[in-house]
Design a protein around this ligand. Structure first.
Ligand code: AMP
Ligand code: MG
Length: 419
């Protein structure tokens, strides 16, 4: 415990790459389990899902029109006798003989004897007869059995995440259950004696606890189940108690505050103690979000200690926690996309051995490129500027970039929301 209390001044700074490798290294991929397909949304498949039934399960009409024998329509116009009507799902069985046709709607099974469907727009109905006005070829407007997928074929590969469209594909192929990785349940705790719950009176020297709601939302946005574990004071016993309880109930814990070099930065102390050999107390060569601690609780549950400054907490989550949670959920790719953008203003900085992450607003340009506009207020406490950012421009150590220079931007917000 004493070593945990030691100042961090003597701790060497490590690269972001090294820090990420250490964080990823302590995070397991959660076990796979059988789940009902209808409950699998947001999960990653642990093995390929195979079709139980062919899609479509029977040959059916792609059009509203007339099912007929293509060979009957030698020259047009051509008159055929209408011997019945078929609606999708009617369950009726009708046969089409030579010189006959059956009125058919999209999705209805192609009747016995028929080998083509002429769309209604190419016909003229006259009582029990129909005149076909255009030539018809064998198989026209018929969707054969298994045209989409055959029984036993792969519907979704292992590693695919079940989103709305994957769900539709699985259900249409009669897949009732899938093998999918557990969706991580992630507890969020904020620490600090100064924190007040939203809606309560702000006393002297107090601030609203904004990190906890932010991190809970970020956990949800990463596809995990957020679990609100509340807020604790700067008290070693309280922090230890909440972590010990969390290690029995969730799959990972995200904490904010208390990982820096202040007198009451006890999260790193507790993580070092509870995590034993797995604990990592780091100083990362980035700005913001230099301090970061993590450890595995009870041999199973990774806990991530983020700095309390809201911008640092958000950047830590983006750069270190989000990829770790995606790994735990079974995702193979854990990276946010980046874009190359033109710096709308100079992005100046001083050399300090660190990579800087500058909050920028992104704009799509006429020529298909992007421009990056640094937001006003880049201090790590300035959460309002964070709210206006679409991404983080990555500035390597040095003096920064001139206006118009190309800069790589980590995209943290969907392009539809840019502006
Ligand atoms: P710490 O990392 O605990 O030293 O906190 C750094 C700064 O972040 C201090 O100004 C804290 O008041 C602030 N802070 C810590 N936790 C939160 C939180 N949950 N919400 C908003 N600000 C916080
Ligand atoms: Mg604090």
């Amino acid at each position: 415990m004493q070593s945990g209390r030691r100042g961090l001044g003597d701790l060497p700074m490590i690269s972001l790459q090294e820090a990420r490798a250490r964080v990823m290294g302590i995070c397991p991929v959660l076990p796979a389990e059988q789940v009902r397909t209808v409950d699998s949304i947001g999960r990653v498949l642990a093995s390929a899902a195979l079709a139980n039934v062919a899609v479509p399960p029977f040959a059916n009409s792609a059009m509203d029109g007339y099912a007929l024998r293509a060979s009957d329509v030698g020259s047009v116009p051509c008159r055929l006798e209408v011997v019945g009507a078929l609606l999708a799902g009617s369950g009726e069985r009708v046969a089409v003989g030579p010189g006959q046709a059956v009125r058919i709607m999209t999705g209805a099974p192609v009747p016995e004897g028929a080998d083509a469907v002429c769309m209604v727009e190419s016909t003229r109905a006259e009582g029990d007869w129909v005149t076909v006005l255009e030539p018809v070829s064998n198989g026209q407007n018929i969707r054969p059995v298994g045209d989409d997928v055959k029984a036993g074929e792969v519907v979704c590969e292992a590693g695919a995440m079940v989103g709305p469209t994957q769900l539709a594909a699985l259900i249409s192929a009669g897949v009732d259950e899938v093998s999918a990785f557990k969706r991580p349940e992630v507890g969020v705790v904020s620490t600090g004696d100064e924190l007040v719950e939203p809606g309560e009176e702000l006393g002297y020297g107090r601030i609203y606890d904004s990190n906890r709601p932010m991190l809970l939302a970020m956990v949800a946005e990463a596809g995990c189940r957020p679990v609100d574990l509340g807020h604790v004071g700067d008290d070693e016993a309280e922090i230890a108690a909440i972590l010990e309880a969390a290690s029995q109930s969730v799959d990972a814990v995200v904490l904010s505050g208390g990982v820096s070099v202040g007198d009451v930065d006890l999260v790193r102390v507790v993580l070092s103690r509870l995590g034993g050999g797995t604990a990592e107390v780091m100083q990362i060569a980035i700005r913001p979000a230099k301090p970061f601690s993590c450890a595995v609780l009870d041999g199973r549950v990774p806990a991530f200690g983020l700095p309390g400054n809201p911008v640092s907490a958000a950047v830590s989550f983006e750069l270190l926690v989000r990829p770790a949670l995606l790994k735990m959920a079974g995702h193979r790719s854990t990276e946010r996309p980046t874009v190359l953008a033109r710096a709308a203003d100079a992005l100046r900085r001083k050399p300090d051995g660190k990579t800087h992450f500058v909050r920028v607003r992104l704009e799509a340009l006429q020529d298909g490129g992007f421009s990056a506009h640094p937001v006003q207020g880049q201090g790590s406490h300035q959460v309002t500027s964070l709210a206006g950012a679409d991404g983080l421009a990555i500035l390597a150590d040095g003096t920064g970039l001139d206006q118009g220079a190309t800069v790589e931007v980590l995209v943290t917000r969907e392009p539809a929301l840019w502006g």
